[in-house]
Write a protein that binds this ligand. Structure first.
Ligand code: ATP
Ligand code: MG
Length: 212
């Protein structure tokens, strides 16, 4: 059996065409089914639905042989025990720093003042500000980061941005782009050795279907 870990929503939707190109069709719709294990048209392949941030953990410990996870999630997880053969170029967005439109970020950074940054992505934020030599107090949040600068919880946030409309609706501006984000295929290292004859052709077929 080959087990593929996916999260519901955009990753599931955008991975479907890649699976289809590899001859795999998921037989149930996660939006209407309550099942967490979905069969496919191939008896030997199943999909497990997990939280986006849990995908690397399932694959690392062998709960799934492979999975699809955002670069953001992989950096925060650390990537231990994971082979990352493919950038699938799906679920694309960017990681950015945003502030209230009346906050002078450039001056705060130039003056070397300590800034308070709220984020779900503490590892990415820590690395980014360390490289810039900016002193930050990081505040870990689990959702709605846009609210932090509006309530005075933080001066800035580090968050994913795609169109920028959520920032705009909350009078926030993107003051710095940290990195481009897309989702990657991750494979359990032991599974790649033990199930190589089944996994290698699957990885190759997915690779051939990645959008240019
Ligand atoms: P939840 O929304 O259930 O709290 P999540 O935010 O971790 O969970 P998704 O919103 O499905 O899960 O995001 C999954 C991945 O898709 C993220 O890790 C990121 O790589 C990418 N992503 C997030 N937001 C966007 C976006 N607006 N546009 C494109 N890709 C995105
Ligand atoms: Mg989300």
């Amino acid at each position: 059996m080959i087990t593929l870990a996916l999260s519901k929503g955009r990753i599931f939707e955008e991975t479907l065409p890649l699976l289809k190109a590899a001859g795999i069709e998921v037989l149930e719709n996660p939006e209407t089914s309550r099942k967490l294990i979905l069969p496919t048209n191939q008896d030997e392949v199943r999909v497990v639905l997990v939280r986006a941030t849990d995908v690397p953990t399932y694959v690392q410990y062998g709960g799934a042989d492979l999975g699809v996870a955002g670069r953001d999630v992989l950096i925060e997880h650390g990537g231990d025990g994971l082979y990352q053969p493919l950038d699938l170029r799906i679920a694309r967005c960017r990681m950015s720093v945003a502030t209230r439109d009346d906050f002078d970020y450039a001056s705060a950074v130039k003056q070397g003042s300590r800034i308070r940054v709220a984020t779900k992505y503490t590892e990415i934020a820590r690395q980014h500000f360390a490289e810039k030599g900016v002193h930050v107090d990081l505040i870990k949040l689990y959702g709605s980061m846009e609210l932090a600068p509006l309530t005075g919880l933080a001066d800035a946030i580090v968050d994913l941005v795609s169109t920028g409309s959520t920032l705009k609706a909350n009078r926030l501006i993107e003051v710095e782009r940290i990195m481009d984000i897309s989702s990657r295929l991750v494979v359990n290292q032991a599974a790649l050795k033990l199930k190589r004859e089944r996994l290698r052709p699957l990885i190759d077929a997915i690779a051939a279907a990645i959008p240019a």
